[in-house]
Design a protein around this ligand. Structure first.
Ligand SMILES: Nc1nc2c(c(=O)[nH]1)N[C@H]1C(S)=C(S)[C@@H](COP(=O)(O)OP(=O)(O)OC[C@H]3O[C@@H](n4cnc5c(=O)[nH]c(N)nc54)[C@H](O)[C@@H]3O)O[C@H]1N2
Ligand SMILES: Nc1nc2c(c(=O)[nH]1)N[C@H]1C(S)=C(S)[C@@H](COP(=O)(O)OP(=O)(O)OC[C@H]3O[C@@H](n4cnc5c(=O)[nH]c(N)nc54)[C@H](O)[C@@H]3O)O[C@H]1N2
Ligand code: SF4
Ligand SMILES: [Mo]
Length: 686
């Protein structure tokens, strides 16, 4: 038996280190690895289910071609698959041009080697790519505009906080290892505040649960700032030294009384006062905002308002204090820290590239002209279930001539493909990965040979490049295939960082060079002014928003008249959930045995108005689409909100994005998934 050190590359805060036991070329067991101090306690159930995932009978193990008449998939050889794809690519490059091919990739797995795909498409002559991101960009951009960078203190620093605010984050499900440090803080006497329209597991030990109307948190933050300034519970010295725009901000929030905020947020006045009292009286304070609360058309500005509460109370750059949103200190290889990387690429490398919005993928695909899109290549993503406005995404995919999907399973997106290519799992090719909560660089090791006829993407691209006769087709630094080539590729990428070698990474996680335990402890803020910017001219120039984080209603707010509040009176929340990562894992017995199903959570008052009982089938709908699922009455959910977790497949009946809108956030080109109103009605006799 051999034991390997590796790390989980899912799009998950934790990015756990783990040990994998391999016997006779098969994975036997997964165990925690204490070398990652952020995840020392162990992996989650999804991590344990990898043993099943790798060997799942549902895994795609060879290329498949769809029989258009029967809609079924037939096994074909690699030779045939690559021949068909290369033929199509040659034809489309000549007419109407390489930009008629969409290269779509999303968050299925982390890793340096993933960047390879773009290398292929550049050599091909360009393609259409996507800009923006489904996940976190409004918050990233708000943070960068305010603090200058996206980094935060080490995960364990929150154990030293005395006030912790989980603001629109459900760490008990989405960042389980953070709860360990939060529990340590609470055991030492800290107070926990949770701000979420749902009463989640994260609120179990909370001293205060505030349930705002979705999308209204900006108003709450401004009222808290108002009260702190009125009570003179602000850090004048810190503001003087480190904050830009305080006088303008103070004048703006002067009008933002708690009464006004109570009207906007639907939060009882005394809760707003209590929250301000906590910030006024308790230090150090950490706000850990979630990604769930920045899925609105006003959320960049909301995040700036929340950050202002920390800035005026001096809760930045000190142990136990700060803004725990995204920690990109381990992103040493890629361009994520460069915010411009999020923006539409402008003809880099002299190769003309077109770029369309990922948040508006469906409509943008349909709108694309000169040339129109004719083919899509999807890798590491499941856009049919995960991108907004499923019906439009489906229409756009079905309107193409040709679709290739590279995946481990026959997902909803793969089912739309003409050719499905089998994808590797994390255990079948080595890669180096960073994280976005802790600062470890980790080696995701190859521990077994790919099963069946699975080939990693790097090999698929090499073979295609060879067929197309592209430059560098045989260059292992462009497309590494053998284990030795992959290692050489990774070693080269690690060269600028002498502390990081593959040998050291094989032993365990390594902290990123220069990582800061307490972020901004030098009080250097790489904004334009060098200060924390409450007033941002860059925000105006780049995003056309107000220079101060003024409160504006999101597009589908009930305080607006469109859509008609009587027709669509309920806010639809579609957060993440414990035992799946988006659309992954629920096809495994280990997860399915828990019995989770797509359910519509609803407050009993909203259900009573519609004569809906617990467990009845309901239709959730708006003008964009509908889904039919079982109801669950939930006293912990704010009345006026309904909730379905995201990630269910169409075949499971719960693809939430049938109802969401293809709409961008106010900054960062994110997706405003939660800016959605629906109606719910009972379905009987059906
Ligand atoms: N187990 C598990 N872990 C995961 C993931 C997963 O799928 N499963 N996904 C990973 C990824 S990619 C992401 S992006 C993160 C996301 O994880 P989180 O950051 O926790 O985000 P969400 O689960 O989307 O939403 C968190 C909470 O925000 C609340 N919320 C929604 N709208 C509002 C609002 O207007 N105001 C306030 N205050 N709260 C609101 C929701 O009710 C929800 O409980 O989790 C990561 N970790
Ligand atoms: N309504 C609503 N929609 C949402 C959200 C929400 O909160 N509400 N959350 C959004 C967020 S935060 C995110 S991050 C996105 C996630 O959206 P996606 O990134 O599209 O999500 P996943 O469901 O994780 O799909 C990833 C796919 O990659 C495959 N995969 C895994 N590893 C590999 C590999 O090595 N190679 C290849 N080729 N494939 C691989 C998996 O099998 C899976 O099918 O969803 C977004 N969608
Ligand atoms: S899914 Fe997240 S918590 Fe689970 S093993 Fe992977 S990184 Fe760890
Ligand atoms: Mo995400």
């Amino acid at each position: 038996m051999k034991v390997y050190t590796t790390a989980c590359p899912r799009n998950c805060y934790s990015t756990c280190a783990m040990r994998v036991e391999v016997e006779d070329g098969r994975i036997r067991r997964i165990e925690p690895h204490a070398g990652n101090a952020a995840t020392a306690g162990g992996v989650c159930l999804k991590g344990l289910s990898y043993v099943e995932r790798v060997y799942s009978p549902d895994r795609v193990l060879h290329p498949l071609r769809r029989n258009p008449e029967r809609g079924t998939f037939e096994r074909i050889s690699w030779d045939e698959a690559l021949g068909i794809i290369a033929g199509k690519l040659t034809e489309l490059r000549a007419d109407p041009g390489p930009q008629s091919v969409l290269y779509y990739q999303a968050s299925g797995t982390k890793g340096l080697l993933n960047a390879l795909g773009m290398k292929f498409w550049r050599l091909y002559g360009g393609c259409t790519t996507t800009y923006g991101d489904l996940c976190w960009p409004a918050g990233l951009e708000a943070t960068r505009l305010t603090l200058g960078d996206n980094k935060h203190s080490a995960p364990w620093d929150i154990a030293d906080a005395r006030l912790i605010v989980l603001w629109g984050k459900n760490a008990a499900e989405t960042n389980i290892h953070q709860m360990v440090f939060i529990d340590q803080a609470l055991d030492a006497g800290a107070q926990l505040v949770v701000i979420d329209p749902r009463r989640t597991e994260s609120a179990e030990r909370a001293a205060l649960l505030i349930q705002p109307r979705p999308g209204s948190d900006g108003a709450l933050a401004l009222a808290v700032a108002h009260l702190l300034i009125k009570a003179d519970q602000i850090d004048h010295d810190f503001i003087e030294r480190h904050v830009l725009g305080f006088p303008g901000f103070a004048a703006m929030v002067d009008e933002f009384t708690p009464e006004r905020a109570a009207g906007i947020t639907d939060v009882p006045l005394r809760y707003i006062h209590r929250l301000a009292e906590y910030f006024g009286a308790i230090a150090p304070a950490t706000i850990s905002p979630g990604y769930g609360m920045q899925r609105f058309t006003n959320s960049g500005q909301t995040m700036r308002a929340m950050l202002a509460v920390l800035a005026i109370t001096g809760n930045i750059g000190r142990p136990g204090a700060g803004w725990v949103y995204a920690n990109l200190q381990s992103h040493i290889f890629d361009a994520v820290r460069d915010p411009l990387a999020l923006y539409p690429p402008q003809k880099p490398d002299g190769v003309v590239r077109v770029s369309i919005s990922t948040a508006r993928l469906g409509p943008a695909m349909l709108e694309t002209r000169d040339p129109p899109l004719r083919m899509a290549w999807v890798e590491r993503g499941n856009p049919i279930t995960q991108n907004p406005e499923t019906n439009t995404v489906l229409e756009a995919f079905r309107g193409l001539d040709f679709r290739v999907v590279v995946d481990q399973f026959l997902t909803d997106t793969a089912r739309e493909a003409d050719i499905v290519l089998p994808a590797k799992t994390m255990f079948e090719q080595s890669d180096v990965i960073g994280a976005y909560w802790h600062s470890y660089i980790q080696l995701k090791q190859k521990v077994i040979e790919p099963p069946g006829e699975v080939k990693p993407e790097s090999e698929v691209y090499r073979l295609l490049a060879q067929r197309l006769g592209l430059a560098r087709a045989d260059d292992p630094q462009a497309f590494p295939v053998s284990d030795a080539e992959v290692e050489a590729y990774l070693e080269k990428a690690l060269q600028p960082f002498p502390e990081l070698t593959l040998d050291r990474l094989r032993e365990g996680p390594q902290l990123a060079p220069g990582q800061e335990e307490v972020a901004y402890s030098d009080f250097r803020f790489p904004t334009r002014s060098g200060k924390i910017e409450l007033e941002s001219h860059e925000a105006v120039e780049r995003w056309g928003v107000d220079p101060l984080p003024l409160y504006r209603e999101p597009v589908e707010s009930l305080r607006r008249h469109v859509p008609d509040p009587d027709v669509y009176p309920l806010y639809l929340l579609t957060p993440n959930t414990k035992n799946r990562i988006h659309s992954q894992f629920n096809n495994l017995m280990m997860i399915r045995q828990l019995g989770d199903e797509p359910l519509l959570y609803m407050h009993p008052d909203d259900a009573a108005k519609r004569h809906i009982r617990d467990g009845e089938w309901v239709r959730v709908f708006n003008d964009r689409g509908e889904l039919v699922l079982e109801s669950r009455l939930d006293n912990g959910l704010k009345a006026g909100c309904v909730c379905v977790t995201n990630g269910w497949w169409i075949s499971e009946g719960g693809t939430v994005n049938f109802c969401s809108a293809a709409r961008e956030t106010d900054m960062g080109y994110g997706a405003a998934f939660h800016d959605v109103r629906v109606q719910v009605e009972v379905v009987r006799d059906g």
